[in-house]
Design a protein around this ligand. Structure first.
Ligand SMILES: C[S@@+](CC[C@H](N)C(=O)[O-])C[C@H]1O[C@@H](n2cnc3c(N)ncnc32)[C@H](O)[C@@H]1O
Length: 168
């Protein structure tokens, strides 16, 4: 939530947000809480071993308990089989997802960049096992790539904030 305070959006904006690999919907709910008028699309395969026991129903139920059902749309989707077109989201968030993809994460970064508008922001929290390569790759797509300090839960956990998508 701290990272949202750095962004140029007002909390009252009707942002459209995409949460990639939402799992049980924790980050989606944080987005909905911080931006009370935002609409969140939350996607996950709900099949990956990295989060055992998760399901679309559980994620929806969590959002319901917290009162966000009307603003979080959960979809069972694989990022690699999805196409959200260009410029449909002002903000992309993803936590602890991309490292699961191995080298395919570079393709996934490219997808986010394709879907982003020049003024969109992307916040990625992840274990960057090969940080320099990830930074290099993300810098191919975004003119602005910044690491944001976090209260570290793991020395490899970092939060990157990207903006100014390049025309590639
Ligand atoms: C460690 S969990 C993180 C969940 C959530 N972001 C959080 O912070 O609580 C990683 C999530 O990525 C999802 N995932 C893995 N591969 C995916 C893919 N190809 N497309 C969409 N989601 C995927 C998994 O199903 C899992 O829920």
């Amino acid at each position: 939530m701290e990272a949202f305070r750095d962004l140029p959006f007002s909390r009252e904006e009707k942002l459209k947000i995409l949460d990639v690999g939402c799992g049980l919907g924790f980050i989606s709910c944080v987005c909905a809480e911080f931006y009370p008028k935002a609409i969140v699309t939350a996607i996950d395969t709900f099949k990956h071993a990295s989060l055992k026991g998760s399901s679309l129903e559980k994620a929806r139920n969590n959002a319901k308990i917290l009162g966000f059902s009307d603003r979080i749309n959960f979809e069972q989707r694989d990022i690699f089989d999805s196409d959200y077109g260009k410029g449909n989201f002002e903000l992309f968030v993803s936590n602890l997802v991309f490292h699961n993809f191995g080298k395919q994460r570079f393709d996934a970064y490219g997808r986010l960049a394709q879907w982003a508008a020049p003024k969109s922001y992307v916040i990625l929290g992840d274990l960057f096992f090969d940080y320099k390569s990830d930074l290099r790759w993300l810098s191919v797509h975004f003119a602005n790539v910044k690491e944001r300090p976090t209260s570290t839960i793991n020395w490899q956990y970092k939060m990157l904030v990207m903006s100014e998508r390049k025309k590639t």
